[in-house]
Ligand binder design. Structure first.
Ligand code: HAM
Length: 425
């Protein structure tokens, strides 16, 4: 038997109803905040992620699905391509490619699959889905303002409440600007020098190439050492500190609770100033339901103009796992199941189904070869509210037996009144 590849899965009904419920709700929220949808390719040139996300990150160094293009055209040959592991780099690439700065402040959202070759476990997949959003534009349009950071965080609080997730925790930090980072890197190198020999080989490499990435280490034995390292908040300059304070002030003003976590540096290299994660207890080890932050400087790193930005990505798989609502509660069951009874009745059933569906009713139907008992069982199994019997006598009278399955009440209804009768009150 051929199975879906490791770390991928089929999303089946009724669970897909929950996914659609979530996506419809988040689209409503994005609309209220004036975000518009962007759809970028599922694969991009590998260089985009190497430069955008960073060579030393786990994502780029270990987790990408990368291949060399075998295209016939000379220009394609040997080009290295990668299934997108995240979508911020792609959005910023599109921003530069289409000169989106002409539109001022861009508020863009996306929903779609991402790919990382991680060890699969609950809440961690190799193909997973993100719901993300980015605010990006020239500084003159206000993109660098702490008000944007707070707007994004307040949107997220609203969005989670809206889909019915209440017990989330917002963890907040600032990783400062490049000058702060340089000082912090130096302090980390010094602090690591005497102890790094006792750490994992990844950390030994990180200590040399990009010491901040030591904070991404998941090896349990290394954690006591990491706990003793300096934290970035001691190195923030005046401007970064002010930015961070203002984000917190607005969050307090709008009533979005948060806790500060000075070790939250996030696993991607493009972050500047604000970083954040929302966690949820029900998820277990993979408890980050979403993450994000500011990435001023990413556009320049990708060859574009200065374009401060901030955004987030929600792990949609994890969001669905944390939902209290069950798929059964959001799935729309059939309003009526049409049971054609006897030869020639499929035609009549099809006509009726067509009429009723025009009234936005959910209609399913059986087959004229079914005995009545079989139709009743089918209607019951799919949770239909009514069953409608279409036999020769009914067709002749142009009035049909309609039975409410829960109460057992049965009435004969003329064709023209059926839709009104069946519509949910
Ligand atoms: P990230 O923290 O790498 O950030 O991913 C965001 C979220 O995607 C995570 O919090 C998690 O919920 C989900 N996620 C990540 N990997 C997996 C996986 N293997 N299986 C299931 N869910 C996963 C980013 O991707 C940034 N682009 C976010 C961002 C947008 N920053 C600024 N703008």
């Amino acid at each position: 038997m051929i199975k879906s590849p490791r770390g991928t899965r089929d999303l089946l009904p009724p669970d897909t109803a929950l996914w659609n419920f979530v996506e419809a709700a988040v689209r409503d929220v994005f609309r209220a905040y004036n975000f518009h949808e962007i759809r970028t390719p599922i694969f991009e040139s590998t260089e985009l992620f190497a430069r955008g996300v960073g060579e030393d990150t786990d994502i780029v160094s270990k987790e990408m699905f990368t291949w060399e293009d075998r295209g016939r055209a000379e220009s394609d040959k040997g080009q290295s391509l990668t299934l997108r592991p995240e979508n911020t780099a792609g959005v910023v690439r599109a921003y530069i490619e289409h000169k989106l700065w002409d539109r001022g402040l861009n508020k863009l959202f996306y929903i779609g699959p991402q790919f990382r070759r991680e060890r699969p476990q609950k809440g961690r997949y190799r193909q997973f889905y993100q719901i993300g959003a980015e605010i990006i534009g020239p500084a003159a349009a206000g993109s660098q303002s702490p008000a944007r950071d707070a707007e994004i965080l307040e949107l997220l609080a609203t969005l989670l409440d809206r889909v019915g997730i209440t017990d989330w925790m917002l963890e907040l930090n600032s990783v400062g600007c490049p000058a702060d980072r340089a000082k912090f890197d130096e302090a980390l190198r010094q602090a690591l020098a005497p102890v790094v020999g006792k750490m994992c080989t990844d950390c030994q490499r990180r200590a040399v190439t990009n010491p901040l990435r030591v904070f991404d280490c998941k090896v349990p034995e290394d954690q006591p050492i990491i706990d003793t390292l300096p934290t970035i908040n001691q190195f923030l300059d005046e401007a970064c500190r002010t930015h961070y304070e203002e984000v917190k002030n607005i969050l307090n003003a709008v009533g979005v609770p948060f806790v500060e976590n000075p070790r939250l540096v996030r696993g991607l290299d493009y972050y500047r100033l604000t970083t954040f994660e929302f966690t949820h207890g029900a998820l277990g080890a993979q408890n980050a339901i979403l993450g994000g932050g500011r990435y001023d400087g990413l556009s320049e790193a990708l060859g574009g103009p200065a374009a401060p930005g901030i955004g987030f990505a929600i792990g949609e798989d994890r969001l669905v796992l944390s939902l209290a609502a069950s798929a059964e509660s959001v799935v729309r069951k059939p309003d009526v199941y049409i049971a054609p009874l006897g030869a020639g009745m499929n035609r009549e059933a099809a006509r009726l189904a067509r009429e009723l569906r025009r009234h936005d009713l959910v209609v399913d139907l059986g087959d004229e070869s079914f005995r009545l008992k079989k139709s009743f069982e089918a209607a019951d199994k799919m949770g239909s509210r009514y069953i409608l019997i279409v036999g020769e006598n009914e067709v002749a009278a142009d009035a049909f037996a309609l039975k409410h399955l829960a109460s057992g009440e049965q009435v004969t209804v003329p064709r023209g009144e059926l839709a009104q009768r069946i519509l949910p009150k």
